[in-house]
Design a binder for this molecule. Structure first.
Ligand code: AMP
Length: 516
């Protein structure tokens, strides 16, 4: 595959039209070039999730203040092109300033109050420039999913707001921060730093980690955490703190206490450079991906499903139906429902021939665990699943089974609102209809079991047998039910331990599936 280089919007529009004509999904990774591993992590995610990946390179003058570094911002076009070519990117869009802002251009996007705090307060007009160019790129490239880095946390919040407020038909995926070995967040601007600056710069990360340690040890008063952060940073005379803040991830309003999903942000001047960094609070052991989910999904679900004020059900439904949160974390867990359907339709010529559906709570764990994405490199989840159902590899798996995680594709954690799960189950019910000749369903793990019993079979919690009890004797269990999606036909349900989430392992049920 050769990478296409595109310099004009008209050519980009033709490219998008071609992609659309082939019914392929399209990803956009907007950058300002001077690419590093952080950018490339976005590209890798984009490649995992979409058929075609476009990376834009544009140093956007509208987001630089008059005294900022637009003229000297690092530019390394040849090297960038080589990197993107070896990443097998399908197209690079590198428009000129005149292409993006032709004579007479006069409409700018004002993202409102969230663009005037933190970075916005330090860099007036910055996010106006960002939102304008991103909207323009979205309109030209028309991506299904656009990929952004957590590194620029406020930018992500603003772009998500832009998409929601203006009903843009694009999903925003957020990828974790990629760091240098010493902990410094990678940035194109790090080239401005001297060796001594570098050593000082690492303190920003250290202050964030210190706040996290304190929060995990029980000190959640933001004031106290910020005092400690200030103390650490102020001890380094090279660093001049612009701000340190702990905020709510949706509104960026100061958070009095740091709860899981709250975000600590710092920015400091250092020599001729300036550094920003952030950290999402989460329980000990939580991965960067889980923390992103906490910031962008769970808090939103909690808020809408919380006790005070009572949520507006339609808003919650809309949220799940448009499913941008899921998209925001689809770099992490299972892709959103419609994305799943897309892959099913792409990978399965005829869903009518699938007789067995496997439903796993948090099934693929991460995209690398999706056997369909990595048919040649199955992970523990995949290999144990293959053992359970008696196949050797993904090709065999695909010939007989489909895998879904629809029961909880929209959130993780124990704090997921029940109604959210109910809506997720609605999608699962719809998905079941895609398989008209389904005979059996394999349920993996306690979580999927509970959701299936409650939201698909409609059983009262009091009548649902404890999972451990049910599986105690054989290590697995089965029952025959009728599902509304499949009329009067009997459906055999097999309940097994989750291949990777539970300590116990079910024996192979291959022989029983053969009979099904
Ligand atoms: P930039 O070229 O700086 O405008 O960045 C382009 C995209 O890459 C933005 O979405 C950034 O948030 C993202 N990005 C930049 N640095 C990193 C990093 N160290 N880790 C992850 N993403 C990053």
């Amino acid at each position: 595959m050769s990478t296409r280089y595109i310099f004009t919007f008209s050519e980009m529009i033709s490219f998008t039209t071609e992609v659309r004509a082939q019914a392929k999904s399209l990803a956009l990774v907007p950058t300002m070039g001077a690419l590093h591993e952080g950018h490339l992590s976005l590209v890798r995610q984009a490649k995992l999730q979409c058929d075609v990946v476009v990376v834009s390179i544009f140093v956007n003058p509208a987001q630089f203040g008059p005294t900022e570094d637009f003229a000297r911002y690092p530019r390394s076009r040849e090297k960038d092109f080589r990197l993107l070519e070896s990443s097998n990117v399908h197209a690079v869009l590198a428009p000129s300033v005149a292409e993006v802002y032709p004579p007479g251009f006069s409409t700018f996007v004002d993202p409102g109050p969230i663009a005037t705090v933190l970075e916005g307060a330090q860099r007036p007009g910055h996010f106006r420039g960002v939102a304008t160019v991103v909207l323009r790129l979205f309109n030209i490239v028309k991506p299904d999913i656009a990929f952004f880095g957590q590194k620029d946390f406020q930018q992500v919040v603003i772009i998500r707001r832009l998409v929601e407020d203006l009903n843009l038909p694009v999903r925003i995926a957020v990828c974790p921060i990629v760091r240098e070995a010493d902990g410094l967040a990678m940035s194109s601007r790090n080239v401005y730093l001297s060796a001594e600056d570098r050593r000082a710069g690492v303190l920003l990360r250290r202050s964030l980690k210190r706040a996290q340690e304190m929060a995990q040890a029980g000190e959640v008063d933001s004031q106290k955490l910020l005092e400690e952060m200030h103390k650490l940073v102020d001890a380094e005379p090279r660093l001049q703190l612009d701000y340190a803040a702990i905020v709510d991830p949706a509104t960026l309003a100061p958070a009095a206490v740091a709860i899981p999903g709250s975000v600590a942000l710092v920015a400091a001047r250092l020599g001729t450079g300036r550094l920003i960094d952030n950290l999402i609070f989460g329980p000990p052991g939580s991965t960067p991906e889980m923390k992103l989910q906490l910031a962008f999904v769970t808090q939103a679900a909690d808020k809408e499903g919380g006790t005070t004020p009572r949520p507006d059900i339609d808003r919650l439904r809309l949220r799940i139906e448009t499913c941008r949160d899921c998209a925001a974390v689809s770099s992490i867990s299972l892709p959103a429902r419609e994305f799943l359907v897309k892959y099913l339709k792409r990978d399965y010529a005829d869903l009518g021939s699938t007789r067995v559906l496997v439903i796993g709570g948090c099934a693929p764990i991460n995209p690398f665990g999706l056997p369909n994405f990595h048919p040649d490199a199955p992970n523990p989840f995949a290999t144990r699943l293959y053992d359970l159902v008696g196949v050797k590899n993904f090709v065999e798996f695909k010939a007989r089974f489909a895998l879904t995680d629809a029961a909880r594709c929209h959130a993780i954690g124990n704090r997921v609102d029940e109604r959210t799960l109910e809506y997720c189950a609605k999608y699962l019910r719809e998905e079941l209809k895609l398989f008209p000749n389904l005979q059996s369903i394999v349920i993996l793990g306690e979580y999927a079991y509970m959701q299936f019993q409650k939201h698909i079979l409609g059983r009262e919690r009091a009548n649902i047998k404890a999972f451990g009890e049910l599986l105690k004797a054989e290590g697995w269990a089965q029952e025959t039910v009728r599902l509304p999606s499949h009329g009067e036909r009997d459906m055999r349900i097999f309940y097994c331990y989750h291949p990777t989430f539970e300590n116990k392992k079910s024996p192979s049920i291959a022989a029983y599936l053969e009979q099904a």
